[in-house]
Design a protein around this ligand. Structure first.
Ligand code: FRU
Length: 482
């Protein structure tokens, strides 16, 4: 099955030669549909990015695991498909190989994923499975899959998915998202050998969400961090908890809670641990139809692909908060020409640039009462995206049939530098003083040019705007040679 799909990709890749709608710095598959990042891991000298993938259509359908590798988290090489839905326990066209994680044990790479197929009664059910690889290229599924058939109540469950596996001392732990009586929970298991698992209990539950998807768990600067994507809480699509996992009771003791990204186009985040011990988070740079602010996946008909990953962001902990920062590699991509606008003029209003290449906009702010307005205008259609900076940053889209509904990013009086990374339709706004981020897609209608203008009537409030074009060399290698 992998072979058939890989052959199909090779043959059809020519048709897919870089669509002009394709972001440059953000990883996208060259063909087909992509959603969640899966199994992010550093193994044998490379970062491995797996992802939810369907090769044959640009919309969600039976799931495979796509695969790409990188040395710097910015430049990616596509590889052949890692997992295809080849077995009876994952063979439904509405199922396949769903999200999961990776772990290295004694030199072997283990991928944990959710297999989705219909049971005898014709109901789609979800079970946990594992595949192994010695070289990070070829993967074999474990012969005794599935390793977890029933949920924590001993029942087959249509919403029992997205295993996260890690090691603590000599024991392995697994968190799986589950929906029971319309409540989203994360169930904890324990194992000595990665293949046989014992139920410990419910580590966390969220009564306001009917399902918790794609958990991640890691230690950061002396605390435990648990992240997940809740289904059912308006405006909250990537939550984090800081606290302590009680490994005896199997319960996560929450000390604080926050949101990894305030936008609507950042979902199912997972992290890499670098060899130096740093954490980088990647989310799927899109959202699902059920999200309130969402309004489309883009111009699918013009593209042979759909879906992008966010820029990998460095995650650090500051007290009871997580901060997400632009990776330093971005500044190494700065092209020679940097335009600096001194805006210390009353009522400044200027159209400064046509954004056609990946661009970084850096704003230096002074505290003040007067709003600052940033406008991106599609040259052809006149559609506008406006960011208004007051107490909050408010995103508003006008005249775009695929535009998102209003989204807000909290700012504080400490907010002095805002950075906006633009890569075709993908917009990521970083408040590096607050550590908060807002991701939003602004799809173009056709013409790939927009004007950026800004205005503020209070002298000195907007100290400086730096617009830097980034080296948009082809950063994703499109050969699938393993
Ligand atoms: C999250 C999700 C996961 C699931 C996958 C299927 O976006 O719904 O819970 O495993 O997508 O593609």
């Amino acid at each position: 099955m992998e072979n058939k799909a890989n052959q199909y990709i090779e043959t059809n890749r020519a048709l897919a030669v870089r669509s002009s709608h394709q972001p440059i710095l953000h990883f996208t598959p060259s063909l087909g549909w992509m959603n969640d990042p899966n199994g992010l891991i550093f193994f044998k000298g490379e970062y491995h990015l797996f992802y939810q993938y369907h090769p044959y259509q640009t919309k969600w359908h039976q799931m495979y695991w796509g695969h790409a590798v990188s040395h710097d988290l910015i430049t990616w090489q596509e590889l052949p498909i890692a997992l295809a839905p080849s077995e009876v326990y994952e063979d439904s066209t509405e199922g396949g190989c769903f999200s999961g994680t990776a772990i290295v044990h004694e030199g072997t790479l283990y991928l944990f994923y959710t297999a989705v197929a219909k049971n005898a009664a014709g109901q789609l059910v979800q079970k946990q499975c594992v595949a192994m690889s010695e070289d990070g290229r070829l993967f074999s599924k474990y012969e005794n899959n599935p390793i977890l058939q029933n949920d924590s109540l001993g029942k087959e469950n249509p919403h029992f998915r997205d295993p996260k596996v890690w090691q603590k001392d000599h024991t392995f732990y697994m968190l799986v998202g589950v929906s029971q009586d319309n409540v989203g929970k994360l169930v904890l298991y324990r194992s000595e050998n990665l293949l046989e698992w014992t139920l410990m209990g419910v580590a966390f539950e969220e009564p306001n969400a009917w399902m918790l998807e794609c958990p991640d768990f890691y230690e950061l600067d002396g605390k435990d961090v648990l992240t997940f994507s809740p289904v059912g809480i308006k405006g909250e699509y990537s939550s984090y908890l800081i606290g302590r996992l009680d490994y005896e009771k199997g319960r996560f003791q929450v000390e604080s809670r926050g949101i990894l990204d305030y936008g609507v186009d950042f979902y199912a985040p997972q992290t890499f641990l670098t060899p130096e011990g740093e954490r980088y988070v990647i989310g799927w740079q899109n959202g699902w139809e059920w999200m309130y602010e969402w309004n489309g996946f883009g111009e699918l008909t013009e593209n042979s692909w759909c879906g992008a990953m966010s820029i990998p962001r460095k995650v650090i902990r500051k007290g009871d908060r997580l901060h997400a920062l632009l990776p330093k590699e971005i500044s190494q991509l700065k092209a020679a020409e940097t335009v600096i606008y001194d805006t210390q003029t009353d009522g400044y209003q200027k159209s400064v640039s046509t954004i056609q290449k990946p661009t970084l906009i850096e704003l230096s702010l002074e505290a003040g009462e007067t709003p600052i307005t940033l406008v991106f205008k599609d040259k052809r259609t006149g559609q506008t995206d406006t960011f208004t900076i007051e107490e909050h940053l408010l995103y508003h889209s006008e005249g775009n049939p695929l535009g998102r509904k209003d989204i807000t990013l909290p700012l504080s009086s400490r907010s002095k530098t805002l950075k906006i990374l633009l890569d075709l339709y993908a917009i990521e706004v970083f408040d590096e003083d607050e550590g908060t981020v807002l991701s939003v897609n602004s799809f173009f209608e056709g013409a790939l040019a927009r004007d950026f203008s800004f205005s503020c009537s209070e002298k000195g409030r907007l100290k400086q705007v730096v617009v830097t074009e980034l080296n948009g060399k082809q950063l994703i290698k499109r050969s699938v040679k393993g």
